[in-house]
Design a protein around this ligand. Structure first.
Ligand code: SPD
Length: 285
């Protein structure tokens, strides 16, 4: 890295999570500040409104854990909805499944897509050109409200941390709309924040999903430069049968084609709920 390198930190509750690199993009979109930093350790990294989103070299920790527990667990997935996900990483993982015929990616900020497409090329390899991917620049809540009942097999919610911009997409009202437009045996997967650095949001997401769906499971793993490192993904369904069991015919080749996720990793991660979260959710003493 040359003399133009600087430290960029995500500041969260008096802690800092920083990367050193060279700024290649810094601009304000109508919704947020977008920074792309070129770093030695993580490749190109995307920050939105002071919050790290993803980077070339660690994105698999996050995207594989959001996508594969849901998609690998249904026998056949044809229609997927992604809310957010403008960097392309979630769509890239979904496109690994041959049965997927249509992905609606609903992102409010067109600039995030444009800049990710231009600079985060590792996430976008073969993604943006795939004709199964349909991009919609729209508010996620508006999109789900207007969709027909019983339509998607899987809904994936890939958002920044809760803020004024994304608040409505963490609400029970939003989850109810998702449930309405998802097939009865479908699965919703969402990033559900950190049990450590965002404990209150984390508990609220799980509780709201539990109020909406019959089955809810949370998986814990790591995303190296997110606040506190420990992160979570929560999956919800009304399917009474097995849930998150790797039923998809393509599961073995998908496992081989992943950097982080496999069914064993998932099994361990589903058993990692910290005791304090368990107690808070189930009010044990
Ligand atoms: N604290 C960061 C939370 C961000 C989760 N979404 C990341 C988007 C990657 N596609």
């Amino acid at each position: 890295m040359n003399e133009n390198s600087i430290w960029i930190d995500e500041v969260h509750k008096e802690s800092r999570y920083g990367l050193k690199g060279k700024i290649i993009v810094k601009k304000d979109s109508p919704y947020q500040e977008i920074i792309i930093l070129e770093t030695n350790n993580y490749g190109k990294a995307l920050m939105l409104d002071g919050c790290w989103m993803t980077s070339d070299k660690e994105e698999k920790y996050y995207h594989e854990c959001l996508v594969h527990p849901a998609l690998s667990s249904l026998e056949k997935v044809t229609r997927v909805l992604i809310i957010g996900g403008g960097d392309g990483g979630t769509a890239q993982e979904c496109l690994k499944y041959k049965t997927v015929k249509n992905i609606d990616l609903v992102e409010i900020d067109e600039e995030v897509i444009r800049l990710s497409r231009k600079y985060l090329t590792k996430l976008g390899t073969n993604t943006w050109e795939d004709n199964r991917l349909n991009i919609h620049i729209s508010d996620g809540l508006e999109w789900v409200k207007k969709m027909q009942d019983n339509y998607y097999n899987v809904i994936l919610i890939d958002l920044s941390d809760p803020s004024e911009l994304s608040e409505s997409l963490f609400s029970e009202n939003f989850y109810r709309e998702c449930k309405r437009i998802m097939k009865h045996d479908g699965i919703l997967g969402t990033q559900s924040e950190s049990p450590e650095s965002f404990q209150e949001f984390h508990l609220n997401i799980i509780q709201s999903l539990k109020n909406t769906f019959i089955k809810v499971e949370t998986m814990y793993s790591f995303v190296p430069f997110y606040p506190s490192g420990i992160w979570s993904w929560t999956f919800a369904s009304d399917n009474e049968k097995e849930f998150l069991q790797g039923k998809n015919k393509e599961v073995i080749s998908i496992e081989q084609n992943c950097e982080i996720w496999n069914l064993n990793y998932q099994l361990g991660a589903l058993k990692m709920m910290p005791n304090k979260i368990n107690k808070a959710l189930y009010k044990k003493n």
